[in-house]
Design a protein around this ligand. Structure first.
Ligand SMILES: C[S@@+](CC[C@H](N)C(=O)[O-])C[C@H]1O[C@@H](n2cnc3c(N)ncnc32)[C@H](O)[C@@H]1O
Length: 214
C-alpha cells in the first residue's frame, strides 16, 4: 500500500466553489448520461480518485464496493453525505470516502477491479505519478475508466488552451486545460480499449473524452 502523507489542499477557494459547479453539472442531462455510462462499467472493487462531493456515487451499480479518495476536507465531508444517501438508496452498494491523493493511494497493490477518474487527471499535480499509482492498485485485468477534458487536437485551440491555462488554473484548483491525458494514459502502459461519446469531443477549450483503458 502506498498511502502515507499527502500535501494539504492548496485550493480552499476552489473547494468552496466546486460544490456549486457540481450541483449545476448534476442537473445537466449530458453530464448525467456520461456519468451513468461510466459507472455502468464499475463493478467489484472500485477506487475513485478525487471524488469531489461524490457526484458519481448515485450512478454506481449495486455490486460496486467503492473506495473514494478525496484530499479536500470540505469536499470529503460532502462526499460522505452523498455516500450515505447513495448506499441508503441502493443497500448492497458500499462506499467509503478516504483522505488521500491519486499519487499516493491508500489502497493495496492489485486490489482494484476498476479505478475511476472523473474530471480529476486535469488537476492532479503529478499526472504520471497518479497513473503509475493507478496501475499499481489495479489488478492485471483491471480497468481504468476516465472521463476527462483534454488538450485539443486542433493546433489553434491547443494554443488557446495553453495561453489560458495559467489564469484558469489559479481559479480552478490547479486544473490544466492543456493536458494530453490520453497520451499520458498510454505512456503509463495502458491501452485504450473502449471509447464512449461525450458530445464535446470538439469543444475548443474543454474537449472531453470518456475511455476505458487496460
Ligand atoms: C473538478 S473536481 C472533480 C470531482 C469529481 N471527480 C467529479 O467528477 O465531480 C477535481 C477533484 O480532484 C481533487 N484533486 C485535486 N488534486 C488531487 C490529487 N492529487 N489526488 C486526488 N484528487 C485530487 C479535487 O479536490 C477535486 O475534488
Amino acid at each position: 500500500m502506498s498511502g502515507g502523507a499527502y500535501e494539504e489542499p492548496r485550493f480552499p477557494r476552489f473547494a468552496r466553489l466546486w460544490p456549486r459547479v457540481a450541483r449545476r453539472l448534476d442537473r445537466d442531462p449530458a453530464t448525467r448520461r456520461i456519468r451513468a455510462e461510466l459507472a455502468a462499467e464499475a463493478h467489484g472493487a472500485v477506487v475513485e480518485i478525487g471524488c469531489g462531493v461524490g457526484s458519481m456515487f448515485r450512478f454506481y451499480p449495486a455490486d460496486a464496493d467503492v473506495t473514494a479518495v478525496e484530499p479536500e476536507p470540505g469536499l470529503r465531508a460532502a462526499a460522505r453525505a452523498a455516500a450515505a444517501a447513495a448506499t441508503a438508496a441502493t443497500p448492497r452498494l458500499r462506499i467509503r470516502v478516504e483522505p488521500g491523493v491519486a499519487e499516493h493511494l491508500p489502497v493495496a497493490d492489485d486490489a482494484a477491479d476498476v479505478v475511476l477518474a472523473s474530471l480529476v487527471l486535469c488537476s492532479v499535480p503529478d499526472q504520471a505519478a497518479a497513473l503509475a499509482e493507478i496501475r499499481r492498485v489495479l489488478r492485471p485485468e483491471g480497468a481504468l475508466l476516465a472521463y476527462e477534458h483534454v488538450r485539443s487536437s486542433r493546433r489553434w485551440a491547443a494554443a488557446l488552451q495553453r495561453g489560458v491555462t495559467p489564469l484558469w488554473s489559479l481559479g480552478a484548483g490547479g486544473c490544466r486545460l492543456d493536458r494530453d491525458t490520453e497520451a499520458a494514459i498510454t505512456a503509463a502502459g495502458f491501452e485504450i480499449v473502449g471509447r464512449r461519446p461525450t458530445g464535446s469531443e470538439h469543444a475548443a477549450l474543454t474537449p472531453h473524452l470518456s475511455v476505458t483503458a487496460r
